[in-house]
Design a protein around this ligand. Structure first.
Ligand code: CP
Length: 312
């Protein structure tokens, strides 16, 4: 299989070339077919060891990396902060150096601190994938989102994509902005002024505060979760007021183009940013995002844990 991706690590969308992203998406299609077979396993990464090191909760990302490893016949080990010696005071770097002494082929890391996977990658030989670092980046989410958008609506170049909600605390928003603008899409970020970072226009996005005004322009709308765990103070008066101005409901969906795609990285706060009938409705591709996430992560593991690479 073609190996177009010449990086040792995947730490962020920044630094990826358009051709590398295109090739990764092409490989994702090949890997998606495996998960639809009756026997969902191929020997591609037999004998390789992949460590999932998650210092923050996760359902979709952790499970899909684990399943991706298993479907490629790699040995997958899951470590969470609560079950590691971090709770006894061991530092991150000591934890990882000890893991490295067991010769894994790849470490996948989620951490609440922005830059934690980058720090790791500077100190160990093993390739590292960033599975979400604080409010910084979540590169595999952006790549699976791009795949899902193009699977349903063709190339994103020239399309208008709204990212709505808590932009300030969202690594998903940041990685998607980097990825979508790189691929030629127009991105509008929308939310309360307190949840839109100052100067975000420098990322080549349009800023909007009135959701109703932008809805008819959008080809794709990505709703974000309100991240109460990352907010240090109230950024809006109440959840019900947030929902009234920025929640996507049936009335708002009717103002959109009929072919609009509704996306959400999960987990969804039902009834806050997304009404259940929209989350489960015919324009929603939320579960397709999850299915594609597994395929994309299989493609990535194949490249970083098994294929040719250099040290860039
Ligand atoms: N989208 C996403 O990162 O979900 P999890 O937190 O469940 O992994």
């Amino acid at each position: 299989m073609e190996l177009p991706f010449f990086h040792k690590n995947l730490l962020g969308i920044e630094g990826l070339r358009v051709e590398e992203i295109r090739s990764l998406l092409n490989m994702t299609t090949a890997f998606k077919e495996i998960s639809r077979r009756e026997i969902k396993k191929v020997p591609t990464l037999r004998g390789r060891t992949i460590v999932n090191l998650f210092f923050e909760p996760s359902t979709r990302t952790r499970t899909s990396f684990e399943l991706a490893a298993k479907r490629l016949s790699a040995d997958a080990v899951n470590i969470s902060s609560s079950t590691s010696s971090v709770v006894k005071g061991e530092t991150l770097i000591d934890t990882v150096k000890n893991l490295q002494a067991m010769h894994p082929d790849l470490i996948i890391m989620r951490h609440s601190a922005a830059g934690a996977p980058h720090f790791l990658a500077r100190h160990i030989e093993t390739p590292v994938i960033n599975a979400g670092d604080g409010a910084h980046e979540h590169p595999t989410q952006a790549l699976l989102d791009l795949y899902t958008m193009e699977e349903h609506g063709g190339e994103v170049r020239g399309k208008t994509i709204g990212i709505v909600g808590d932009i300030a605390h969202s690594r998903v928003a940041r990685s998607n902005i980097l990825c979508l603008t790189k691929m030629g899409a127009k991105v509008i970020v929308c939310g309360p002024p307190t949840l839109i970072p100052k100067g975000i226009e420098a990322m080549k996005v349009e800023v909007a505060y009135d959701l109703d005004a932008i809805l008819p322009r959008l080809d794709i709308i990505m709703m974000l979760r309100i991240q109460l765990e990352r907010q240090r103070r109230g950024h809006f008066p109440s959840i019900s007021e947030y929902s009234k101005f920025y929640g996507l409901n049936r009335r708002r969906l009717e103002r959109c183009k009929p072919e609009i795609l509704v996306m959400h990285p999960g987990p969804v706060n039902r009834g806050i940013e997304l009404e259940p009938d929209v989350a489960d409705g015919s324009r929603s591709v939320i579960l397709d995002q999850v299915e594609n996430g597994l395929a994309l992560r299989m493609a990535l593991l194949y490249i970083l844990a098994g294929g040719r690479r250099d040290d860039s």
